[in-house]
Each structure stands twice: as structure tokens, then as C-alpha cells.
Design a protein around this ligand. Structure first.
Ligand code: ADP
Ligand code: MG
Length: 475
């Protein structure tokens, strides 16, 4: 960083500060580092690609104004984006924007990439093209893949495979799980780890869809041989979303041969699927039985703590700060999958900046209402009933019915207890919502729950665990 650049950027900040509000200023301008000044071109370093696009979309006018004021009419701005934060033996990898103008290396890379895309099976210059042909995205690493109970087995098996590809008994490694739970991220992390490792392995990531299309094109062009030759030379084959091969008999047959060849030669095979192998419909038995040779590991939805860690990590990598209560709120409410969680996060940042407002709990709530249909963001008696019924494994109707079975009575009393604590309903109204019971029944329920919590630790823990989610909602 040179002092002239710092001085110029400090002046620019003075101009910018007058035109944007405090929140936007600290979110979008404070994290920027002046990198260098080259004649009338100032280069600033921003923490992520997202950040760069955001500035260009929303603050281009104010940035232009600042540059014009400070540097003069011919002043220009360029960006350096940290694409890969690097590690001890690796310098951070940066890309400059606008692309191609000031960074010939980035331009060349783009051109080679385009060329590689046109001749996917060309192995002639494998050495320089390994990175390109691997189809790996460098942001998918083990480091950015947060560990939790939900993924421990898959992650550690993946790590073992990454360290000894083809040699462990985890061959093939099959990772399965619902949409957006991190399958692609994990298997690409394995690929990146191997690619950056000491051995010179040819790692190839391919979606099953692409595999099928290449196979079809091969048939069409009479080029099947180069298709198979190409795949048989791979050291580590990562094939994503294998369920897509369902019902595609001929592609499966080809995959079967490639699989056998690679496996016999101790090459590593890694696959993902959206369901467990036994539920994979439309896949041939002989192929399925091959999958059992190695290890099958599943990914589940991360629990609350892991979701918090994922959000924190994401924010850190985007270079953006959001308040803790908002993080907790998001982690509680988005319990479908990680991709959705990230989507909500991005909209939140987007809204905050677009409308020039602070990232707050209210904003998060209103965005959740827009994104997720019929989400209940207030604690209502209905919500409490639903939650308690789920927690105790009974039906909501049971809470309102006459039945006096012990486990139902307890669930009902707990639901009344929460209704008293978290809603503004009167005792009478609460009783009414529980099958027209009397207000004295509600008083009795609250008393019973308090008593039981004093004597029964596991009951107390269960109630407190449940309480957390209502607290978040009633922030
Ligand atoms: P899938 O392939 O299972 O549909 P992806 O791998 O595309 O899911 O994951 C969806 C998004 O969630 C990606 O942006 C990914 O980085 C992120 N993600 C999933 N699991 C984790 C995790 N454990 N830690 C960090 N990010 C995760
Ligand atoms: Mg995927």
C-alpha cells in the first residue's frame, strides 16, 4: 500500500461520506483498502466479488464523483478483488476489474478457459490446463465448509480421501443428502484439496447432466472413443448428482465401464446423490452394488449452532458485519437448507443497502415474510400449539381435545404455559384456544409446569430448549 494511494482514498472517503448514510458508509466503504495509484488510476481492494458488484450497482455515481473531485476529470477507478485468500505458501489470488483492462493474466486465463470449454477432451496440454479442466471452484474448500454433527462422517471421510485418494477403503465415496445441504461444496473441497496437494493428480469434477450430454454428443459425432479415453485417464473423478443418470441406460453402461476401469487402477471415484443409494430409482443393480464397495455418508440439515457458524463464516468472507440477534434470528427461522439460508442473507444485505437502512431484526423479519411464504414471525397461540405438538409427537387437535392421557396433558400444559409467557392473550382467551377450557385450568397448567421444572431436570431442559425458539421470535 503506498502513502499516496492512502492519502487520495482518504480524500475520496471525505466526499463519499457526505453522500451516503452512516450505515452504508461503514458497511460498504470502510472495508475498502486503497491498493495503489498509477497516474490517474486509483486501485482499491475490496473483500469479495459480491462486494465489487454491489459497489458497481449501487454506488457507482458517488464513487465517480469522489474520483473526479479528488483526482480530476481524467481520474479512473479500478478494483482488486481478493478471490482466494490464500494460505501460508500461497499468495492471495486477485482479480482486477474492469477485467482485461489492467490485468493481462486474468484476461489470458479467461481466454484459455474459453478454449478449454470448446475442446473438453483435449489432453495435449494437460499440465497447464489441469486447473481449468478440473471444473472446480476455488471457493469450495474444507476451510469454508463448517463442520457439525450434520456432516461429521461425510466430512472426515472426505478429508481422508483427499489425503490419500484411491488408497483408502472409501472408494467410491458416495455423499448423499437433500438439496442445498452442501454435497457439491464438500466434493469440490475434496477435489481442491487433492489438486493443491503434493501429488500431481488429474482431478475432474463433472455434473451427471454434463456427463450424459457429453456422452450423447459423443454418440452423435461418432466420438465415443475420445469420450471414454478422456474419462479413463482421470485420477480423481467427481461426479455430482448421480440421480440424474436414472433411466439413462446407455450412459449408465458407459459409466459402469469407466467406473470399473478407474477402480481397478486405484483411481478415486467420488459421487453425490440426492437420496440414499437404496432409494435411487432407475439405476441398474450392478451399478448400485458397485457403490457399496466404498463408503456412503449422508449430509443432514445443520443444527442451530452450526447454522450460526455458517452465517458467521459467510459474513466474514463477504467482509460484512451483521448484528448477533439478526444472525440468531436467521439461524432459527431458516431451517430448510443452507442454500436458502445464504439466499436470505444476501437479500438482507441487499435490502439494507438499497434502501439505505440498517441491518436490523425488523428488516430481517420483513424480508423473511417476503421470501418465505406464510412464515410466522410472531409468537401466536397457534404457533406455540404447533411447536408443542411437534415437540411431543402428538397432534394439535389433541391439545384441544378432552383426552386426559398423561403425555397429552403435559404437552397441553406446556403449551398453555408458553402461551401465557409469550403472548398477550388473557387467561380466559388462552383457555378458549385450548378447546374452550376455563381460565382456572390455565392457572393450574402454569403452576404444574413450574412445579415439574423444579423437580425434573430433563423436563426443565426440554422446556428451556423449546423456549429458545419463542424468545428469538419475540425479540
Ligand atoms: P447441494 O449440492 O447439496 O445442493 P451445495 O453444496 O450447492 O448443496 O450447498 C449450497 C450452499 O450452501 C453453498 O453455497 C455451500 O457453500 C453452502 N453450504 C452448505 N453446507 C455448508 C457448510 N457445512 N458450511 C458452509 N457452507 C455450506
Ligand atoms: Mg449440488
Amino acid at each position: 500500500m503506498n502513502s499516496e494511494a492512502i492519502a487520495i482514498w482518504t480524500e475520496c472517503l471525505r466526499v463519499i461520506e457526505k453522500h451516503v448514510n452512516e450505515q452504508s458508509f461503514s458497511t460498504w466503504f470502510k472495508p475498502i483498502q486503497p491498493a495503489r495509484i498509477d497516474g490517474s488510476v486509483l486501485t482499491i481492494q475490496v473483500p469479495s466479488q459480491f462486494f465489487y458488484e454491489w459497489l458497481e450497482d449501487n454506488y457507482v455515481d458517488v464513487l465517480k464523483l469522489a474520483i473526479k473531485t479528488v483526482i480530476g476529470a481524467n481520474g479512473r477507478l479500478e478494483y482488486a478483488v481478493v478471490v482466494d485468500k490464500g494460505n501460508s505458501n500461497n499468495q492471495p489470488y486477485m482479480v482486477s476489474y474492469p477485467q482485461g483492462v489492467s490485468n493481462p493474466a486474468a484476461k489470458k486465463k479467461k481466454e484459455t478457459l474459453a478454449a478449454a470449454a470448446h475442446s473438453p477432451f483435449d489432453l495435449s496440454s494437460l499440465d497447464e490446463q489441469t486447473t481449468l479442466q478440473s471444473n472446480l471452484s476455488s471457493s469450495y474448500t474444507f476451510n469454508s465448509f463448517i463442520e457439525g454433527d450434520c456432516n461429521r462422517l461425510a466430512r472426515s471421510a472426505g478429508f481422508a480421501v483427499a489425503n490419500k485418494p484411491g488408497i483408502t477403503s472409501f472408494n467410491p465415496l458416495m455423499v448423499y443428502g437433500g438439496v442445498g445441504l452442501g454435497k457439491t461444496h464438500l466434493v469440490q473441497a475434496i477435489g481442491n484439496e487433492i489438486k493443491n496437494g503434493p501429488e500431481d493428480k488429474f482431478v475432474l469434477y463433472v455434473s451427471s447432466e454434463k456427463f450424459v450430454n457429453q456422452f450423447m454428443d459423443g454418440i452423435k459425432d461418432g466420438n465415443i472413443k475420445s469420450f471414454t479415453n478422456f474419462y479413463m485417464q482421470v485420477d480423481v473423478l467427481i461426479i455430482d448428482d448421480i440421480q440424474f443418470l436414472a433411466g439413462k441406460g446407455r450412459t449408465q453402461e458407459m459409466f459402469f465401464h469407466i467406473f470399473n476401469h478407474l477402480h481397478q487402477n486405484k483411481r478415486q471415484i467420488i459421487m453425490t446423490s440426492d437420496c440414499s443409494p437404496k432409494d435411487l430409482m432407475g439405476l441398474e443393480e450392478r451399478l448400485l452394488s458397485r457403490f457399496k464397495w466404498g463408503l456412503t455418508a449422508d449430509l443432514q440439515m445443520p443444527d442451530f449452532e452450526t447454522r450460526i457458524a455458517i452465517i458467521r463464516k459467510k459474513m466474514q468472507s463477504e467482509g460484512i458485519h451483521i448484528p448477533n440477534n439478526v444472525i440468531e434470528y436467521l439461524a432459527y427461522t431458516v431451517d430448510t437448507n443452507v442454500r436458502e439460508l445464504e439466499g436470505v442473507l444476501i437479500s438482507l444485505i441487499a435490502h439494507a443497502s438499497l434502501n439505505r437502512v440498517e441491518i436490523s431484526l425488523d428488516l430481517a423479519k420483513s424480508i423473511m415474510k417476503n421470501i418465505v411464504k406464510d412464515i410466522e414471525t410472531e409468537v401466536s397461540i397457534e404457533y406455540i400449539q404447533k411447536s408443542c405438538a411437534e415437540f411431543y409427537g402428538i397432534k394439535v387437535e389433541d391439545l384441544k381435545a378432552k383426552t386426559r392421557k398423561k403425555e397429552i396433558v403435559i404437552a397441553r400444559q406446556v403449551a398453555m404455559y408458553f402461551s401465557k409467557e409469550f403472548t398477550n392473550h388473557s387467561l380466559k382467551s388462552i383457555g378458549y384456544h385450548f378447546g374452550g377450557r376455563d381460565h382456572s385450568t390455565v392457572i393450574h397448567a402454569v403452576q404444574s409446569v413450574n412445579d415439574l421444572m423444579e423437580t425434573d431436570t430433563s423436563f426443565r431442559n426440554a422446556v428451556q430448549e423449546q423456549k429458545k425458539q419463542f424468545k428469538i421470535r419475540s425479540y
